[in-house]
Design a protein around this ligand. Structure first.
Ligand SMILES: Nc1ncnc2c1ncn2[C@@H]1O[C@H](COP(=O)(O)OP(=O)(O)OP(=O)(O)O)[C@@H](O)[C@H]1O
Ligand SMILES: [Mg+2]
Length: 259
C-alpha cells in the first residue's frame, strides 16, 4: 500500500518537532529515515502509525486516513515496532509473538488457531530464534530480544511496517540478515517498509530511498547516493566525512572529524 505523508506538523506541547514533512513511499519499497539524535525520526514514525496525531497535515495509506479506521482495522494495515522498548519480561517469546495475531483473530474466539501458531513459528524461524520460543523475555540477550520484536511485527502481517531502529543491538551478521529479511519482505510480499536507522551504510545498502531529516524538516530525499553526500552529512550530523563507493555494495562512510 502507498503511504502519503502530507504537510505533517507535530508539537510536544509548544515544542515543534516536525515541520511540514511531506513524502511518499510506494508499495514494495523499503525506505530509511535517517538524521541525527533528536531530529524527529521516532516522532515521524509514530505519526504515520497513528500513535501520535499531527497538529497539521495528514497521513494516507492508499488514500485512507488511518484515523478514520477502528484500531483493529488499522492494525491489520500498519504496525509499529520499537526495538529498544522492553515488553513484559514474564511472557515467553512464543506468547509474546502470538499477541501480534490479535488483529486477525475472531473476537469471539479466545484461543489462537493452528494457522496463527504456524505464522508465529515461521517468523521465529526466519529470525533464527525458534530455539528461544519457550524462554521468558527477561531471560534473553538484547540482540535476541530485538529479533523477537521484529518477529512479532512480521507475524502481525501488516501491509505497512514501521520499525524504529531495527538493527541497533544486533551483531554484524544479524544486522545484515535483518535488513535482508526486510528487503525480501518488501519485494516478495510487496510490503511498504519504513525504518528509522542510525547505521548510514546499512541504510544506503538496503534502502530504495533515504529521507534525511534534521530539526524536524526534510533536508534531502531520494537515492542513497544523492542523499548521503559529504555536504548533507556535515550539515546535519556535524561531522566531516568521506563517502566512498564500494565496487559492489553501496557506500562507505569514513568519519574524519566532528565539527
Ligand atoms: N514525549 C516527548 N515529550 C517532549 N519532547 C519529546 C518527547 N519525545 C521526544 N521529544 C523531543 O522531540 C524531538 C524529536 O525526538 P525524536 O524521538 O522524534 O527524535 P529521533 O530522531 O528519533 O532521535 P534519536 O535518534 O535519538 O532516536 C527531540 O527534541 C526530543 O527531545
Ligand atoms: Mg528515535
Amino acid at each position: 500500500m502507498k503511504v502519503k505523508v502530507l504537510g505533517v506538523e507535530f508539537y510536544y506541547d509548544s515544542l515543534k518537532v516536525l515541520d511540514n514533512v511531506e513524502f511518499e513511499v510506494n508499495e514494495g519499497e523499503l525506505v530509511s529515515i535517517i538524521g541525527p539524535n533528536g531530529a524527529g525520526k521516532t516522532t515521524l514514525l509514530k505519526c504515520i502509525a497513528r500513535i501520535l496525531k499531527p497538529r497539521k497535515g495528514a497521513v494516507y495509506v492508499d488514500g485512507v486516513s488511518l484515523w478514520s479506521l477502528k484500531p483493529r482495522e488499522a492494525a491489520r494495515i500498519v504496525a509499529y515496532a520499537e526495538t529498544s522498548i522492553v515488553p513484559e519480561f514474564q511472557l515467553t517469546v512464543l506468547d509474546y509473538v502470538l499477541t501480534a495475531r490479535y488483529p486477525h483473530t475472531n473476537p469471539v474466539k479466545l484461543w489462537e488457531d493452528y494457522r496463527d501458531i504456524e505464522i508465529v513459528e515461521q517468523a521465529l524461524r526466519e529470525l533464527g530464534i525458534a530455539h528461544l520460543a519457550n524462554r521468558k523475555l527477561g531471560q534473553i540477550s538484547s540482540g535476541e530480544l530485538q529479533r523477537v520484536i521484529l518477529a512479532r511485527i512480521i507475524a502481525q502481517e501488516p501491509k505497512v511496517l514501521l520499525i524504529d531502529e531495527p538493527t541497533a543491538f544486533l551483531d554484524l551478521k544479524y544486522r545484515l540478515e535483518v535488513m535482508e529479511i526486510l528487503r525480501k519482505l518488501s519485494k516478495e510480499k510487496n510490503l511498504t517498509i519504513i525504518v528509522a536507522i542510525h547505521d548510514l551504510e546499512l541504510a544506503a545498502r538496503y534502502s530504495d530511498k533515504l529521507i534525511l531529516i534534521h530539526k524536524g524538516k526534510i533536508v534531502a530525499a531520494g537515492s542513497p547516493r544523492t542523499v548521503l553526500t559529504p555536504e548533507n552529512i556535515e550539515k546535519t550530523y556535524g561531522v566531516k566525512v568521506d563517502v566512498i563507493e564500494h565496487f559492489k555494495h553501496g557506500l562507505i562512510i569514513v568519519p574524519l572529524e566532528p565539527l
